[in-house]
Design a protein around this ligand. Structure first.
Ligand code: NAI
Length: 321
């Protein structure tokens, strides 16, 4: 165990079940002092109970580790502040935040209610703001921090009946991009994780989404029999733990874990097409050059808005020739 967290304080939201619980247990085992935050509701975010967080804290203490429970909801400004306060009061600092709390309220796009939209954006996206802002201030003063946002393949690649959830999860990617750019000079690194695991959230998927046969037809092609032994939460933990370690150099990036396969997930911009300087393109020209506009043979991975301008300028110059 060369990757350790001795002297480090980790906050894991939604740490009472599933993925978050496993992160907590392994962080503590490797020396971190852990704040196990969990509201303790159902997989659809209904109800609340202290039991989920308390049980994980008991497990950590029984194994000789240090942990405290937080039963606050990440989905309110006060709740997020209280989670970070628990870390500072109990352990004096915050080195690691894993934004992981969340639930599902799936529905067909046209039927999504305000309540389903607000609750899901509230816990995943706004919750990440409410927890990470106070943590970031502490990390900035310390000159050190590791932040992990739990995104989802649903947000980056799409999943029917999850427009609310996918929008929240894709939103976390935007949040990660900006936090990582601003945080870098303060020693704060931020990344996003797209996990996959068989957890209680599976019961909230609702089979109705399979009416989208353009997606569900691919289910039959997946070799679930081979992957089954790797679908536990523990196959996500090695990547999550690396990304919040002192040794991690990555920032401003997203990584996917699927059944023990770990991979960088990235958004690129194709080299594209340009008509050149001072020559306004017509919609017909856009149609005519669609092949070049969408050609992924040459692409760029801009690190910020402005870095997209550099290759774009080359293309505009080339269009003039
Ligand atoms: P889970 O239901 O086992 O764990 C989520 C935990 O968050 C629960 O213990 C729940 O009580 C807690 N929570 C919910 N609302 C909260 C709130 N307002 N404040 C504090 N805690 C709250 O689910 P799982 O599967 O472990 O999910 C963890 C994260 O990973 C979620 O953000 C989920 O969207 C994400 N994810 C999971 C995938 C999977 O395949 N299981 C795939 C992609 C993303």
């Amino acid at each position: 165990m060369t990757i350790r967290y001795d002297g480090r304080v980790a906050v894991v939201t939604g740490g009472g079940n599933g993925l978050g619980r496993d992160y907590c247990l392994h962080l503590a085992q490797r020396g971190a002092k852990v704040v196990v935050n969990d509201l303790g509701g159902s997989g659809a975010g209904q109800g609340a109970s202290h039991a989920a967080a308390d049980k994980v804290v008991d497990e950590i203490r029984a194994a000789g580790g240090e942990a405290v429970a937080s039963h606050d909801s990440v989905a309110t400004r006060e709740g997020g502040a209280a989670v970070i306060e628990a870390a500072v009061k109990s352990f004096g600092r915050v080195d690691i935040v894993i934004n992981n709390a969340g639930f599902l309220r799936n529905n067909r796009f046209e039927d999504l209610t305000d309540e389903q939209i607000d609750a899901v954006l509230g816990v995943h996206l706004k919750g990440a703001f409410y927890v990470t802002q106070p943590a970031y201030r502490v990390m900035k003063d310390q000159g050190y921090g590791r932040i992990l946002f739990t995104a989802s393949a649903s947000g980056l690649f799409g999943h029917p009946w999850q427009a609310n959830y996918a929008a929240a999860k894709a939103g976390l990617l935007g949040l990660m991009h900006v936090v990582s750019l601003e945080g870098e000079r303060h020693g704060i690194l931020a990344n996003a994780l797209l996990p996959t695991a068989h957890t209680r959230l599976a019961a909230e998927m609702h089979e109705g989404w399979m009416e989208a046969t353009n997606v569900s037809k691919f289910l039959g092609e997946i070799d679930f029999a081979t992957l089954a032994p790797n679908m536990g939460v523990e196959h996500n933990t090695p990547l999550a733990l690396y990304l919040v370690s002192e040794r991690c150099r990555s920032t401003h990036a997203a990584y996917s874990a699927v059944a023990g396969r770990y991979a960088h997930v990235f958004i690129g911009s194709a080299d594209g097409w340009s008509n050149g300087v001072g020559r306004l393109a017509t919609p017909e020209e856009v149609e005519a050059h669609w092949g070049e506009i969408t050609d992924r043979g040459r692409y760029h991975l801009p690190h910020s808005v402005y870095e997209e301008f550099l290759p774009a300028t080359e293309r505009v110059k080339a269009g003039s020739r």
